[in-house]
Ligand binder design. Structure first.
Ligand SMILES: Cc1ncc(COP(=O)(O)O)c(C=O)c1O
Length: 400
């Protein structure tokens, strides 16, 4: 109160960033910590992408650019949507931001009025509700369960829609559950949305390329063309292209929305880094063959950690279709006593005691809106992941 804006009291620092920082601090203090909190690939950015950035610097492409993206990058994004999703866009329908997060932020802040409702399936990526609340909107959570693979049903979506609903935020493959919706599962949801023309769809396709076992990715505007006029399809290079630090994300949708987003961006960050934009052109237009190579490693790690978690006493972990997260339930550990003498009363206690006893850092499910669970990011070296799995098993086995 007083000096700080009231709007700030509605939001909190990102729980995943907090968990990553805590692991980093403990490591710096000399503790043997395995961090499974961070949502980023451990793989390096491919060399051809790095070279494109170096060339941009050498060529002097280091000045301000158009606020919402250089024409070359917009063209690469248009080609990507056509090639991979069968979606047609014009440059005026494309917006490039400093990470997918800014695109999402711009879209929500450019459209939300106080009291507007935004439907968010839970568990959700931590930033959705906070951005909605910063804008004065109200997140409306639609719960899912481990039994339904953490997927929202058509009936639950329908029930959540009110005259005040502005957006439905859809994220497949999902952070934190890794759940990915099939074409048919998306169709069930888009059938509902078609009947409610005042609801816009914000689809976060950030993990599009990270799917396993021959899963076929689909996105709402492709599944139901009738929704094209009210869908913002968001994506980015952070995850699949191992470019989290470069900060490039993008979205495509109706021109009036894209224009409003550019106005907002013009009064905050202006253009995303010119150098990163040239790197992203190479990412989207260049060779894509490293993606299946990385995915083969991710899949192996997913299978390893799922199997190890299911052998830990009190844990249950389904096998997700995509992303690089698993979201086990720790319901079977609640009420047991940790080596410190503390009784585990919640997933937050589980996570704290696991870090204390075994030096394994994960993120509590309550931060993502579905407890008692925790999130593991398996985008970490396989030997470290295996060691973490052993420690989790030991921790669970030692609970009294
Ligand atoms: C579901 C989801 N959407 C968006 C983002 C943001 O990506 P970026 O790093 O490009 O801002 C993330 C990153 O963790 C994410 O998990």
């Amino acid at each position: 109160m007083g000096f700080l804006a009231d709007s700030l009291s509605r939001i909190k620092p990102s729980a995943t960033i907090a968990a990553t920082n805590k692991a980093r601090e403990l490591k710096a203090a000399g503790r043997d910590v395995i961090g499974l909190g961070a949502g980023e690939p451990d793989f390096d950015t491919p060399d051809n992408i790095k070279e494109a950035a170096i060339k941009a610097i050498r060529d002097g492409l280091t000045k301000y650019t158009a606020v919402d993206g250089i024409p070359e990058l917009k063209q690469a994004i248009i080609a990507k949507f056509k090639r991979e999703n069968g979606l047609d866009y014009k440059p005026s329908q494309v917006s490039v931001g400093t990470g997918g997060k800014q695109v999402l932020y711009n879209a929500l802040l450019a459209t939300i009025n106080p009291g507007d409702e935004v439907i968010i399936p839970a568990p959700y990526w931590v930033s959705y509700p906070d951005i909605v609340m910063l804008g004065g909107g109200e997140p409306v959570f639609v719960g899912t369960t481990i039994e339904t693979g953490f997927k929202v049903t058509a009936a639950a979506l329908e029930r959540a829609i009110t005259p005040k609903t502005k957006w439905f935020i859809f994220n497949s493959p999902s952070n934190p559950s890794g759940a990915a919706y099939t074409h048919a599962e998306i169709k069930a949801l888009t059938d509902v949305l078609v009947r409610h023309p005042h609801v816009w769809i914000l689809t976060d396709d950030m993990y599009e390329h990270l799917v396993y076992d021959d899963f076929t990715f689909a996105t709402p505007a492709q599944v139901e063309p009738a929704l094209y006029e009210r869908t913002l399809t968001m994506n980015g290079v952070s995850k699949a292209y191992c470019m989290t630090g470069w900060r490039i994300g993008y979205g495509a949708g109706p021109e009036k929305l894209i224009k409003a987003m550019a106005t907002l961006q013009s009064q905050s960050t202006s253009n995303p880094s010119s150098i990163s934009q040239y790197a992203a052109v190479e990412a989207l237009n260049g060779p894509q063959d490293f993606i299946p190579r990385n995915n083969a490693v991710f899949k192996q790690r997913r299978d390893l950690i799922v199997s190890m978690l299911n052998q830990a006493r009190g844990l249950t972990c389904p096998t997700p279709e995509g992303a690089f997260y698993v979201y086990p339930s720790c319901a079977g550990t609640i009420g047991r006593t940790a080596p410190s003498g503390k009784v585990i009363g919640s997933d937050e206690d589980f996570v704290t005691e696991l870090l204390e006893a075994e030096g394994v850092a994960v993120v509590q499910g309550s931060a993502f809106g579905l407890a008692p669970h925790f999130r593991i990011s398996y985008a970490t070296a396989t030997d470290q992941l295996e060691e973490a799995g052993r420690r989790i098993q030991r921790f669970c086995g030692n609970l009294r």
